[in-house]
Design a protein around this ligand. Structure first.
Ligand code: BT5
Length: 327
């Protein structure tokens, strides 16, 4: 009910919405309307109420609920169902819990994560209302082997959405977005599958949007940054989130149809911070040095090692670092 009333208020924009109209629409009493208005106020909405005129929204809070991003979405199914949390341990964990029952495109999002996870058991710093911490549930009907490509779809979507708001970012294969040599976004793709069938994929995307320097732990200062830090201004999280979901659906469509990621690969190549560079390929304790040559059509990194051999690197278990630091 609260969300329906909110939608009506938003539709009437600067005009007042009369209490009578609301009670006609939903068949509820004035006191029920009052209660709903109060719970919207608790969420941070500033709602003006004037006797005999009704209600109107003066201010909408900076929260990433479906109602707040809906007007910016032009997707068919990505982000059309949103599970929104003020705080949660990890959106990926929650998404995995509900993935089998919920439709493709469902998004789990939280203003804060208390146990955000990175790859290989690492942790992901996710302070409250400072970033976009979300997981998208996907159910592509492709062979499990092809799933590693999906991380690239996420990276390309984030890169394009940033470009739309005038922010140039680099893609560090396979799952990081970087600006000025530091990480602003990481992607964690997890999958549940049978021998040749995918049950679901959960794509976790973490973006440092409005973190200040004090929000970044000391040990990450050398390699992590935020959009606010590089742009020197607050970035609108709602608009960015909607734009990422829009780009994601467009790029994901081709992949879903036939595993094709031509457009995604082009974006990843054009914006790669690794291609042509010396890289360290780290797999567990094993470290090898080579040169990143290209991405192949499967989305794997082609590396020429010091002894001259050329190999296709699978994203799964490797970390890639530049020779002098993080990239
Ligand atoms: C990643 O792992 O980059 C994947 C991160 C995925 C996070 C999202 S948020 C929504 C969803 N829910 C989750 O619980 N996770 C996903 P990896 O490549 O392993 O990088 C992790 C490493 O990056 C850590 O070990 C730190 O060194 C560093 N790090 C941690 N938090 C960071 C942050 N906020 N910004 C930049 N670097 C960070």
């Amino acid at each position: 009910m609260k969300n329906e009333i909110l939608r009506m208020l938003k539709n009437s924009k600067d005009e007042f919405l009369s209490g009578e109209k609301i009670s006609d629409e939903f068949g509820v009493t004035r006191s029920a309307i009052w209660k709903n208005m109060n719970s919207l106020k608790e969420l941070g909405y500033d709602i003006e109420s004037v006797p005999r005129k009704g209600y109107r929204i003066i201010y909408s809070p900076d929260i990433l609920t479906y109602e707040e991003i809906e007007s910016g979405l032009n997707t068919e199914y990505i982000g059309r169902q949103v599970f929104y949390f003020d705080t949660i341990s990890s959106t990926n964990i929650k998404a995995k819990e509900i993935a089998l029952e919920e439709p493709e495109g469902t998004v789990v999002i939280s203003e804060e994560q208390t146990g955000g996870i990175g790859r290989l058991g690492r942790t992901w710093v996710s302070p409250k209302k400072k970033g976009i911490w979300m997981s998208i549930i996907l159910k592509p009907e492709v062979e499990p082997m092809k799933v590693s490509k999906i991380a690239l779809v996420g990276a390309a979507a984030v890169n394009r959405a940033l470009s739309d708001i005038g922010i140039k970012s680099g893609i560090k294969w396979p799952n990081d977005i970087v600006i000025d040599g530091k990480k602003v976004c990481g992607i964690l793709t997890e999958m549940s599958c049978e021998l040749n069938m995918i049950n679901y994929v959960v794509m976790g995307i973490g973006i440092n949007v409005n973190l200040d320097n004090v929000d970044i732990p000391d040990d990450l200062q050398y390699k992590a940054t935020s959009l606010k830090i590089v742009e020197n201004k607050e970035i609108n999280r709602k608009r960015l989130l909607a734009s990422i979901l829009n780009h994601f659906e467009q790029l994901y469509k081709d992949f879903k149809d036939d595993g094709n990621i031509t457009k995604v690969l082009q974006i990843c190549r054009d914006n790669s911070v690794l291609l042509g560079e010396e890289v360290r390929i780290i797999r567990g304790k094993d470290l090898r040095i080579g040169k990143a040559l290209d991405l192949n059509d499967e989305g794997q990194l082609i590396v020429q090692f010091e002894n001259g051999t050329v190999e296709n690197i699978f994203s799964g278990e490797v970390s890639v670092r530049g020779i002098n630091g993080y990239i």
